[in-house]
Design a protein around this ligand. Structure first.
Ligand code: 9D3
Length: 247
């Protein structure tokens, strides 16, 4: 898959993606990330890409023409690519979006700085708009890279021995159970006895209960969306009746 990123700061994009799993996938040719400088499509002596808002107010707004020319050029080079606008007003990016977008032939990410984009960019030039969460960043570049990371894991061949994307915590809708490795006692804290028991049935039941407990305590919102077995629901009822043991 080819990811094109349109930004005023192309230097922000490349090097973090050259490391680890994505770096290997790029070297294997499974994906390519190309950063493009919006200023290459700007005009005039100052290559202006922003201007003050009509109606007054603080801050600057991204001008539509350079973005329009850039999107036209990138659509030309990547036929069939989806164009995504990074904006705090976008719909929240979710795991299911990562899975779905991994099936696209190409993606173009439009990253803004300043207070925002001229509304006519939104209305006519892009296919979708995403936010990565309810916190304020300085621009759309890190959101684009977060999305590229989450999407790339679902491209064929990208995850090797590191595990498969299908067994991800979010794919079954619950948080993961706690993990332990050696030593058996660390700073006076023992590993739960069940994990040393060798009883695989008991271990599986304990892990499922821990998943349900963690999700109940930390992300009760996730429980509304998952389909749970009768056994899961029984465990959950039991957990809800217990007072929370402190850690
Ligand atoms: C004055 C209102 N601000 C919106 C909360 C203006 C504004 C601040 C920061 C507009 C853009 C930005 C830069 N952020 C992004 O471009 C952005 C973003 C984010 O800040 N949080 C989560 N997801 C995203 S996607 C793009």
């Amino acid at each position: 898959m080819i990811f094109d990123v349109l930004t005023l700061f192309p230097g922000m994009i490349d090097s973090p993606l050259q490391e680890s799993i994505l770096g290997r996938a790029i070297r294997q040719g499974l994906l390519e990330v190309r950063a493009h400088n919006l200023r290459d499509w700007a005009e005039g002596k100052h290559l202006t890409t922003d201007d003050s808002p009509y109606g007054g107010g603080d801050g600057m707004v991204m001008k539509p023409e350079p973005v329009a020319r850039a999107i036209a050029a990138l659509r030309d080079r990547s036929p069939g690519a989806k164009v995504l606008l990074m904006t705090p007003q976008g719909r929240p990016f979710r795991q299911r979006d990562a899975v779905e977008l991994a099936r696209e032939p190409g993606l173009v990410f439009i990253c803004g700085r300043y207070e925002g984009f001229d509304e006519r960019i939104r209305q006519t030039l892009v296919d979708d708009e995403f936010s990565i969460g309810d916190f304020v960043l300085t621009g759309g570049e890190l959101p684009a890279m977060v999305m590229i990371d989450a999407i790339s894991r679902h491209l064929p061949g990208v995850l090797g021995a590191e595990g498969s994307a299908e067994s991800d915590s979010f794919s079954d809708g619950l948080l993961e159970y706690p993990q332990y490795t050696r030593p058996a006692v660390f700073n006076g804290m023992p590993v739960p006895e069940v994990l040393l028991s060798g009883d695989h049935g008991r271990i599986a039941r304990w892990r499922r209960e821990q998943q349900l407990l963690r999700t109940l305590q930390r992300r009760p919102d996730l429980l509304e969306q998952v389909s749970l077995s009768a056994e899961d629901l029984a465990i959950l009822e039991k957990l809800k009746q217990q007072p929370e043991p402190e850690e």
